[in-house]
Design a protein around this ligand. Structure first.
Ligand code: NOJ
Length: 554
C-alpha cells in the first residue's frame, strides 16, 4: 500500500464556539485556539479539524455559510486564521476546515440573487420549483417539516434537506461546482492540510423529484429514502477530487452516511473520492424512523459488534475514521457506558478500545478529560435546531413535556457543545463573560487543570495512549496491522489483536462493572498499557478488574 502522510496521524476535532474564548464575549474564537495549541501539541495530536468558522448567521451554528471566503467576526479575522495556520505549522500540526457545500445559508448573496430573479442565473444555483405545481417531493427535512419552502417574494419553492435557512446548492449546475472548487483551492493555497466534508452524500438527488412511501403520520418520508434512489454521485466526487484535493495531496474525511453496500472502495479505496470517512455504525445503532424518543439504547455488546462489523467492511479497502463522539452526538462516555458507570477507569477503557481500532483515531474536544452529557433544566436552555425539532416530534407523538425533555436530553447535540472545562474557576475557565451555552455543572470535578496534575487522570491516560500508538516499535502495527477480533463470544468483553509481521498486540477491555476471567490463547508478554494499577494473571488466565483495559504483546 502506498504510504500517505496522514496514515499515522492523530486527529482532534475543535468546535470553535465552545473551545476557548479569548475576548470574553462568551464565544470561543481563533485566538483562543492559538492560545491552546501547546496544550494540543503536548497531548500528542497532529491534525486539527475546525468545525465551521466562516461567515454565517449561525442558524445551524456555522453549518449555514453566507460567505465562504470570510471568517465570521465572532470567531475572529482572516489574519487570525492565517496566524493559526502558521502557528500550527510551526508545531508540525495540520489544520482541516469543514467543507459545507451541500447547502449554503439563505443569507448567501447567491440565494439573495435567486430571490430577486429566480429565472436568472442564480435561480439555477438552487433547486427551485413552481409553487402552483405543489411540492415536487414528500421528503422530510433533517430538522423537521417539508424540504420545500416558499422562496420569499416569488411564486417558487426551494429545496432544503436541512433547515430552511440552509438551501441546497444545485450540483447539477457546472457553474456551482466551479465556484465550489475555486473556493476549495483558495483555502488549500493558504496551506490547509485538507477538509472534513459535511453532509456530502446529499449532493446527488434522484431527479425528477418524486414522492416515496411516507414513514410517519405527517405524510412525509425521511431523506434517507431518496439517497437509496440517487445514482451517479461518483461523477461529482471524482471531479471534485481531481479539480482540488488531488493537486495538493490534501487529506479529506467524508461525513458519509448511507452508502450503498458495495461502494466503500469507491469512497475510501486507494483511488477513492476521499482519504477516509467516519465510521458511524455505532452512532446510528438503534435509530428509529419515529425520532430520538424512540431510539434503542446501545449496550456494550452492541457497541463491540458495531465496531467489528465496520472493521470487517473496511478491511483491505481503506481507512475509516473512528470516533466515540462529535459535535452532533451525545458524549461517548454517556452513551456507550451504562448509566451510573462513568468512572475514570471505564472512560479510559472506552477511549482505549476505540482509539486502537484500525483506522484514523479522532478525539473530540473534551473527550480527553472524559466530559459527560449535560443536564437540561428545561427545553429553553437548548440552542440547537435539531434538538428543538426532536422535542416537538416527541410531543406530537404524545409524550409529556417532561418525558420529551428526558428523551431528547439523551441524544441532544448540545451535550457535546457545552464549553470545554479548562479549570475549576467560574465558567470552567472557558470565558470571562457569559458563555453562549451553559457550562456543564460538573466542571469542578472534571477539568483540564486538575487532570494535568494527576498521573492517573483520564487526560494522562489519553497522553499515554497517543504515545503508545506513536511508539516506533508499535506504530506500524497500529497503523497498518490487521485487526482480528478475539474472544468475540465472551460477553461483556471486547478484545482484538492488532497484528503484522513484527508484532501481535492484544487490546482487551472488561466492559462491565464486575470482575471477569479470560483465558488467552497465549500467555501475556509485555504490558504496554493498563488502566488499573495491577494485572492479576495465572499463566494464560487473566483476572480482569471491573472495566480493566490492557494492551500487551502476546
Ligand atoms: C452535519 C453537521 O455535522 C451538522 O452539525 C449539521 O447540522 C449538518 N451536517 C448540516 O450541515
Amino acid at each position: 500500500m502506498e504510504r500517505k502522510w496522514w496514515h499515522d496521524k492523530v486527529f482532534y476535532q475543535i468546535y470553535p464556539k465552545s473551545f476557548y474564548d479569548s475576548n470574553g464575549d462568551g464565544i470561543g474564537d481563533l485566538q483562543g485556539i492559538i492560545q491552546k495549541l501547546d496544550y494540543l501539541k503536548d497531548l500528542g495530536v497532529d491534525v486539527l479539524w475546525l468545525s465551521p468558522i466562516y461567515q454565517s448567521p449561525l442558524a445551524d451554528q456555522g453549518y449555514d455559510i453566507s460567505d465562504y471566503y470570510a471568517i465570521d467576526p465572532r470567531f475572529g479575522t482572516m489574519e487570525d486564521m492565517d496566524e493559526l495556520i502558521a502557528e500550527a505549522k510551526k508545531r508540525g500540526m495540520y489544520l482541516l476546515m469543514d467543507l459545507v457545500v451541500n447547502h449554503c445559508s439563505d443569507e448567501h448573496p447567491w440565494f439573495e440573487a435567486a430571490k430577486k430573479d429566480p429565472d436568472g442565473p442564480y435561480g439555477d444555483f438552487f433547486y427551485l420549483a413552481d409553487k402552483k405545481d405543489g411540492r415536487p417531493s414528500n421528503w422530510r427535512s433533517c430538522f423537521g417539516g417539508s424540504v420545500w419552502d416558499p422562496l420569499p417574494g416569488t411564486d417558487k419553492l426551494y429545496l432544503h434537506i436541512f433547515h430552511r435557512k440552509q438551501p441546497d446548492l444545485n450540483w447539477e449546475n457546472p457553474r456551482v461546482r466551479r465556484e465550489i472548487y475555486k473556493n476549495i483551492n483558495w483555502w488549500l493555497e493558504k496551506g490547509l492540510g485538507g477538509f472534513r466534508i459535511d453532509a456530502i452524500i446529499n449532493i446527488k438527488k434522484p431527479l425528477p423529484f418524486c414522492d416515496y412511501e411516507p414513514d410517519r403520520s405527517d405524510g412525509l418520508c425521511s431523506v434517507s429514502e431518496m439517497l437509496k434512489h440517487a445514482e451517479g454521485i461518483g461523477e461529482f466526487l471524482g471531479e471534485m477530487k481531481r479539480e482540488t484535493f488531488a493537486k495538493y495531496d490534501a487529506f479529506t474525511v467524508g461525513e458519509v452516511f448511507n452508502i450503498k453496500e458495495d461502494e466503500m472502495r469507491d469512497f475510501i479505496g486507494p483511488d477513492g473520492y476521499f482519504s477516509s470517512m467516519f465510521d458511524f455504525n455505532e452512532t446510528i445503532f438503534g435509530e428509529s424512523p419515529n425520532g430520538w424518543y424512540d431510539m434503542k439504547k446501545i449496550t456494550g455488546e452492541d457497541y463491540k459488534n458495531c465496531c467489528f462489523e465496520a472493521q470487517e467492511r473496511a478491511e483491505g479497502i481503506g481507512f475509516l475514521s473512528n470516533i466515540i463522539e462529535n459535535h452532533d452526538e451525545p458524549r461517548g462516555v454517556s452513551r456507550y457506558l451504562p448509566e451510573g458507570e462513568h468512572s475514570p477507569r471505564a472512560k479510559k477503557m472506552l477511549g482505549g478500545l476505540n482509539f486502537l481500532l484500525k483506522g484514523l483515531p479522532f478525539i473530540y474536544q473534551g473527550q480527553e478529560i472524559g466530559m459527560e452529557n449535560t443536564v437540561f433544566s428545561s427545553i429553553d436552555v437548548v440552542d440547537d435546531i435539531s434538538t428543538l425539532d426532536q422535542y416537538q416530534v416527541a410531543l406530537d407523538a404524545g409524550l409529556s413535556p417532561e418525558e420529551a425533555l428526558k428523551a431528547v436530553s439523551a441524544y441532544s447535540r448540545d451535550n457535546a457543545r457545552t464549553p470545554v472545562q479548562w479549570d475549576a474557576s467560574p465558567q470552567a475557565g472557558f470565558t470571562s463573560g457569559t458563555p453562549w451555552l451553559s457550562v456543564n455543572s460538573n466542571y469542578r470535578e472534571i477539568n483540564v487543570a486538575a487532570q494535568e496534575q494527576d498521573e492517573t487522570s483520564v487526560l494522562s491516560f489519553y497522553k499515554k495512549l497517543i504515545a503508545l500508538r506513536k511508539h516506533p516499535d508499535y506504530r506500524d502495527t497500529f497503523v497498518y496491522g490487521r485487526l482480528i477480533p478475539c474472544h468475540r463470544e465472551q460477553k461483556h468483553l471486547m478484545a482484538y489483536y492488532r497484528k503484522d509481521a513484527q508484532n501481535t498486540l492484544l487490546v482487551i477491555g472488561n466492559y462491565q462493572n464486575r470482575p471477569q476471567e479470560v483465558t488467552l490463547e497465549n500467555a501475556p508478554g509485555t504490558i504496554l498499557l493498563n488502566n488499573c494499577e495491577r494485572l492479576a494473571a495465572d499463566g494464560k488466565t487473566l483476572f480482569l478488574e471491573p472495566y480493566q483495559f490492557l494492551v500487551m504483546t502476546i
